[in-house]
Ligand binder design. Sequence first.
Ligand code: SF4
Length: 483
Amino acid sequence: MSGTFVGMPTFPTAAKAALDNAQQRKNLHHATHTIRDKRARVVGEVDDWEELRVAGAAIKDEVLTHLDDYLVQLEESLTRAGATVHWARDADEANRIVTGLVKAKGTDEVVKVKSMATQEIGLNEALEEAGIHAWETDLAELIVQLGHDKPSHILVPAIHRNRAEIKEIFEREMGKVGQPAPAGLTSEPRALAEAARVHLREKFLRAKVAISGANFAVAETGTLVVVESEGNGRMCLTLPETLISVVGIEKVLPAAADLEVFLQLLPRSSTGERMNPYTSTWTGITPGDGPQEVHVVLLDNGRTDALADTVGRQALRCIRCSACLNVCPVYERVGGHAYGSVYPGPIGAVLNPLIRGTESAVDKSLPYASSLCGACFDACPVRIDIPELLVHLRTRVVDEKRGGLPSGEELAMKGAAWMFSDAKRWERVQRGAELGGRVLKKKETLGRIPGVAAWSDARDAPTPPTETFRSWWKKEHEKGEHA
Ligand code: SF4
């Protein structure tokens, strides 16, 4: 299964490296705080926000409980509207289907709407291997692609870059793959957006095939929905002759009326806007208007595994708004790359292990990438209890490890349990600690403790006191009795 950035270290290792990048921390702090403040303002305007959250969660739960029925209904509706439906069990199958469809059109390039599902399956890389260039048309995705970089945020993939860095990327890279950046480009947002607009325009006008994802897929009508802010999605969805949409099977909504809830929840939670600038809907083929060949690839890629986990399945409610990332103190400091996936932040810490499994070292480490502060749950528009899922997945990781040689942590915990389970024993240990405290009294902290080095390296464990509270109490009490 695709989805892990190749050669990715575990979260703690990657996070440590990211924390050393002061510029990135500054960029992230500025960006996440700006978006979270905007979100708080527009969410505060809605009197029935909590009711909307409850409704969003209930609609998604209804879909997840009857996913088999809704998917069959979606397939029937799409087929009736003239689209061709393909089913993909995993990333390889989805990539094979899409590559085959593009090749059949006799073209060696496609334009793409920003799509998490296609990033998840590594579609661009698969197309490149087949000699097909995939041009990202979302501004932030374009920055990531031109910079030979990885996305670090669900909504703002280039959040780790500032304007000066973006200008430098445009000047260096645009000319290598098309219209170069204009001479005298500045780092003003308007100038950067204009450079991207001119660069992309020729690609939009030339492309025969476009690839998209979908935010929602309405089972009742076979309508796919993409929401975006720049208009690049609208260009991709209307200009090319052929449109291929890769859609995760959890994106289904029962009826068009359900959009009423999600089109309020999503823009306020993601960009902090009352409504999103572009909402594109398409239902199969309309003769003489837009793409005349429409393919929809319904993607599983681990989603049914997540669905089988009765606690974990709530993660499939996710509408990829990224509100949980913007409020997460861990994400704010380490950024998205440390999570080793296109799904970073709190939702990535649970979704990746749920859909990819907990076999790899990266996926085992992700449920620990959180302080369990609960800010993600409060921000989530579909009420995914991410802290509950983190604890659930930590339990799974620990349970999977049981039975082999005990780790240093396990031995330390067993030792602690033995020590605390008997008052006399605990007293003897304290007397030993007092002795240790007297020997080490010149040191403020214990430094690295063999056996639990991973724990002690991240904390300042103080040297034991030269006198414990019990000893002091006993002494004072005895003094009082003799007075
Ligand atoms: S988990 Fe909730 S807050 Fe996070 S991206 Fe998904 S819907 Fe948004």
